[in-house]
Design a protein around this ligand. Sequence first.
Ligand code: NDP
Length: 445
Amino acid sequence: MSYVLSVMDQVKKRNPGEIEFHQAIEEVLLSLEPVIQKHPEFAKAGLLERFCEPDRTIMFRVSWVDDAGAVQVNRGFRVQFNSAIGPYKGGMRFHPSVYLGIVKFLGFEQTLKNSLTGLPIGGGKGGSDFDPKGKSDAEVMRFCQSLMSELYRHIGQDLDVPAGDIGVGAREIGYMFGQYKRLQNAYEAGVLTGKGLSYGGSLARTEATGFGLIYFVREMLAAHGHNYEGKTVVISGSGNVAIYACQKAQSYGAKVVAMSDSNGYIYDKNGINLYTVKRLKEVERKRISEYVKLHPEAEYHEGCSNIWSLKCDIALPCATQNDIDVPQAEMLIKNGVIAIGEGANMPTTNDAIKLFLEKGVLVAPAKAANAGGVATSALEMSQNSMRLSWSFEEVDRKLDGIMVNIFKAAQSAAKEYGAEGNYVDGANIAGFLKVANAMMAQGIV
Ligand code: NDP
């Protein structure tokens, strides 16, 4: 058995039942075979075994009282995955599906993603099985305060810097920051990112992941003689990433015809009215189905995964993991899709990615294509350290430059390791090499 396969085997045995973590490990390790062949010293140093084992895993009880006076108990997580190149950095996810396997897969991906940004940040991730949907603001606040009452002792601006993810937006970050500040008795602005503008947040952080995705895909399309002008785009999700990907794609002349939430999708042949989606999702916190009440020419369909049966040139999965499996990939290919841009983390299964690549569909992998969010979080940390704020245009310009560089890094690593045009392997290799070299230099720790 090769070194890579034996490490994969060990990870599966050591982390039973954590299927998302196994999937993420497999996708990355298989693409590292040529790297390991070129660098036998990595195997000798047990590098992959160490790379696949988080530095630290924290799991804790979060007790809180709901509006009816009943006691609720959730579980909180923080996985500090790898700090070879900087403090742990990665979001918090609040969703009922959250368990250790999801947090570990996200922390592992985050390590490579953060490396790709070229900024000095390590990888971590956290969250809870708490569902903010249908909860009052007061309930969300009490939950966030209870969670932070434990988490605060494990994080810090030079140690571990959480941010948002699914179910964690500006409201949740605000409540967590308030509680951290109270417990720590110090104003450490850099301990969380995604903060409100009035207390240390960065302009363009809200837009960054969606905008960054569109910048990365722009570079990938250009490298293959395409652009956005007149292209039909389908986007899954209608959260933070989906909304700003839609906005930037529209600004480049693409027509976004569909978006979704976990209940179903809307199809608007005239092009999605983003103003309506923003109001429904960002202000009123309603379901996407409400869209058709305001735009009767549009259609609403129950079941979110059927969105991939729509004909499009560019598919942007921006909701959650494993959104596109082989049947959805087959439909997209049949309908002539040119490119997939992964806005969500691991939205495409490994088999579906394989199929896309075999059929010549361009794939912008999540860890590269959605790295704009964390990159801008790192810019937020820089502004906090310097105690100043950059303009929207300045942050956006830096973000664009970072995304161009990430694309170039993935492109040249793919070429160097014999996988030209395969940005999935390219991103894995480029992200890994930087962390691997740092780990080698730091000895067996
Ligand atoms: P949001 O909570 O803002 O939005 C998530 C969207 O996806 C919602 O429309 C939600 O629908 C839908 N969704 C969530 N879970 C499911 C599910 N199980 N099935 C179907 N649809 C689902 O999250 P974000 O936009 O921030 O995150 C989306 C993805 O992007 C995630 O994979 C996240 O890890 C990734 N990401 C986010 C970054 C960021 O900066 N925000 C940075 C990098 C990656 P509903 O409202 O019905 O639940």
